[in-house]
Design a protein around this ligand. Structure first.
Ligand code: G1P
Length: 302
């Protein structure tokens, strides 16, 4: 996004009411969004990404047992005073970073699926286009996916989803897109299926956790019946928009070829910690040297 032009999209919704069952027992009493990736909780990376893309009005949709999220984006006066008294300016600044982020909260009430979580944001979002960022998906800060999606929305209107090519055997884990014309990495989306059986998958283009949505999606979500897993699926509402011949501006996809980590998945979470650990400004050198030694040890069969 060019720095001299304000974005047409300023609102972001981050659904964070999920139970985090893939990561039990770590997520029994701790929200999955609060799991640390090196030294920050996963959700902070996602809010930072939204801010970088010009989305400075962030709404987090929470649920039961998610108080830690609100606490993280608030001041912690006792801690701040203690750090101040010690003269620990560096930690004080890091603790204050998340409290300075403009974040609002609403509760989903009932766990009725991603589409329902987005619908809960309706009153906050109103009639503006808005982004949805799934808290599980970390997109590397060097890959400007969301900025590109906002640009596509500005150029073509409608809704924009992020797609990634995945191996065929993984398609059933994602929403999956049927696409028509391609213009570089931008595709026209003609259909969407939530977590298809491999035999029914229209392509190997998986929906990943970034969306820029036209507000017309809310009316569609109001009418969307529970689908896969008996949940109201955002994918099903977008399928309606894609199939309705341009009503609501249609749906485009941006094919993402950068670095994404699904931090709700234990293996991907470990990869994210290692990758971001070796790139960390303070820890990276020492950690990177250790990773190399460790890899050499493993290669030598020790
Ligand atoms: C959700 C969406 C799915 C999408 C995925 C991306 O599924 O419903 O369409 O592909 O996020 O991470 P979930 O992973 O929450 O089951």
């Amino acid at each position: 996004m060019s720095a001299d032009r304000p974005s047409s999209v300023t609102k972001a919704v981050i659904p964070a009411a999920g139970l985090g069952t893939r990561f039990l027992p770590a997520t029994k009493a701790t929200p999955k969004e609060m799991l640390p990736v090196v030294d920050k909780p996963a959700i902070q990376y996602v809010v930072e990404e939204a801010e970088r893309a010009g989305l400075d009005n962030v709404l987090i949709v929470t649920g039961r047992n998610k108080y830690a999220l609100e606490d993280h984006f608030d001041h912690q006066w006792e801690l701040e005073q203690a750090l101040e008294a010690k003269g620990d300016q560096n930690r004080l600044e890091r603790v204050r970073e998340s409290a300075a982020m403009k974040v609002h909260f609403v509760r989903q009430g009932q766990p009725r699926g991603l589409g329902h979580a987005v619908l809960v944001a309706r009153q906050h979002v109103g009639d503006d286009p808005f982004a949805v960022l799934l808290g599980d998906d970390l997109i590397d800060a060097r890959d400007h996916l969301l900025e590109e999606m906002v640009r596509v929305r500005e150029e073509r209107g409608g809704s924009v989803i992020a797609l990634m090519e995945v191996p065929e055997e993984q398609v059933h884990l994602y929403g999956c897109a049927a696409v028509a014309s391609r213009d570089g990495d931008v595709v026209e989306v003609t259909g969407l299926v939530e977590k298809p059986d491999p035999a029914d998958a229209p392509s190997n283009l998986a929906v990943i956790g970034r969306y820029v949505l036209d507000p017309s999606v809310f009316d569609v979500l109001e009418r969307t019946e529970p689908g896969r897993g008996n949940e109201i699926q955002l994918t099903d509402a977008l399928q309606q928009l894609a199939a309705s011949g341009g009503a609501g501006g249609g749906v485009h996809g941006v094919v993402f070829r950068g670095r994404r980590y699904d931090t709700g998945d234990r293996l991907d979470y470990l990869k994210a910690v290692v990758r971001l650990g070796v790139e960390h400004p303070e820890l990276g050198k020492g950690f990177g040297e250790w990773v190399d030694e460790f890899a050499a040890e493993r290669a030598a069969g020790q």
